[in-house]
Design a binder for this molecule. Structure first.
Ligand SMILES: *Cc1c(COP(=O)(O)O)cnc(C)c1O
Length: 410
């Protein structure tokens, strides 16, 4: 291991955090043909490709409806608004997510209430959610209209525990009637107890932003639901609340999915299973390589500031799609490790450096540092490594060698 630094210095391999060109090169002809078809039709807004894509995803997920829209952010808002979240309501979600998981609640006029996460999966800790729901309902006297679990990094949150929380106790009436709105932006194709993400709650939101595991050539999103009324309302809200042209039944917004984006998505939908399978293989190879390098540590050791990496935890009740492969650094040197990787041409990213309750824009919610210690620790320690279906084994070996070099050098 002592000779590693010199070997590394002489290696020219660059490993990008993500490389869209490789997927595009493989699908170029097919995608350009699909785009040409839309151009030739000159039907750009909610054309036949959008309806076809909505139906294809609904079929795949085993839900009755899909409603295409302009982004994951809009899909979240549409899902909340269409399931009846009102300005007087509270919605519980995670402080360890992308900003949109909270901003959509504010956009619906409701109050975001946060609950801390599970340190292994980084997903909502449902015991904490239960406490939050009870506190808001009983102490604040506010209705919790929805809980918004985020399936972070491609792994489903424990929706079973959430359903349990909503179950009536014995023969009592149900105490809580919150809707479950999945933020499935990072989890297309993931399963929970055999059922697809996006089919687990009352409605779900997908994003097809270019970095997502199923992505389009710009912004795009989709709401899925088994409730015909929710689908109908979401479809109306995305076109300014119009059911009949220029007759507005409610105040909606313009947030439609372009035919061009749907055409791209229809092509990519054929490949998503094989891409997700590749992502799992890439994750398994990283696991093996890090174990062989002898730099992995258990989660408990990370709490003691031990150098090394905690590998991603996979909850076996679900099937992960590894939208991201996120390790936790044991000691406090995450940013130094990132810099070392950058110097050696290896990309990385931090999802997310600032938990949502500590974002400047959300200060008015009244949370403080220390309120969600698990999320705060995660924000200081997580590091996402290069993962995409086309990454090669030599590239992964390079990533592991560079990280190993950092730890073996002290
Ligand atoms: C990407 C993402 C969103 C927002 O999706 P956009 O399409 O970028 O608007 C929401 N939630 C999570 C967890 C995301 O990763």
């Amino acid at each position: 291991m002592n000779s590693m630094p010199t070997q590394l210095a002489h290696s020219a391999t660059q490993v990008p955090f993500v490389d869209f060109q490789r997927q595009y090169a493989a699908l170029r002809e097919e995608i350009l043909a699909a785009i040409t078809q839309v151009c030739d039709s000159q039907s750009f807004i909610l054309g036949p490709q959008v309806a076809e894509f909505e139906a294809a995803v609904a079929r795949r997920l085993g839900v009755s409806h899909g409603v295409g829209c302009s982004s994951g952010t809009d899909a979240l808002w549409l899902a909340l608004a269409a399931t009846g979240v009102q300005p007087a309501d509270a919605v519980v979600t995670s402080p360890f997510s992308f900003f949109a998981s909270v901003s959509c609640i504010l956009r619906a006029g409701a109050r975001p209430v946060l609950a801390d996460i599970d340190p292994r999966t980084y997903n909502l800790d449902m015991a904490q959610v239960g406490d939050a729901v009870r506190r808001v309902t009983e102490k604040d006297g506010q209705r919790v209209a929805a809980v918004l679990p985020v399936h972070l990094f491609g792994q489903c949150a424990d929706v079973s525990a959430l359903l349990q929380l909503r179950q009536p106790f014995r023969d009592e009436p149900a105490r809580y009637d919150f809707k479950i709105i999945e933020d499935a932006a990072q989890s297309f194709g993931a399963l929970w107890e055999g059922r697809p993400s996006g089919s687990l709650g009352d409605a779900a939101a997908f994003s097809f932003y270019p970095t997502k595991n199923l992505s389009c050539f710009g912004d795009g999103g989709l709401v899925t639901t088994n409730d015909a009324a929710v689908a109908e309302t979401a479809a109306t809200l995305r076109v300014h609340g119009m059911r009949k042209r220029y007759f507005h039944d409610e105040v909606g917004w313009n947030c439609r999915l372009d035919s061009l984006q749907a055409a791209v998505l229809l092509v990519k939908l054929h490949y998503i299973d094989q891409w997700n399978q590749r992502r799992r293989e890439v994750a398994a190879l990283y696991d093996d390589l890090f174990e062989q390098a002898g730099i992995t540590i258990p989660l408990e050791a990370a709490a003691m500031q031990t150098p090394g990496l905690v590998l991603p935890y996979v909850d076996r009740r679900g099937q992960h799609v590894f939208h991201q492969y996120v390790v936790r650094v044991g000691d406090g040197r995450r940013d130094q490790l990132r810099e070392h990787m950058r110097e050696h041409g290896v990309g990385s990213e931090v999802y997310y450096p600032v938990p949502l309750h500590m974002q400047k824009a959300l200060r008015f919610l009244g949370y403080q540092e220390g309120d969600f210690p698990v999320a705060e620790r995660a924000a200081r320690k997580v590091l996402a490594l290069p993962i995409f279906p086309e990454i090669t084994a030599p590239e992964q070996e390079r990533v592991v060698a560079v990280i190993t070099d950092f730890y073996k050098a002290g």
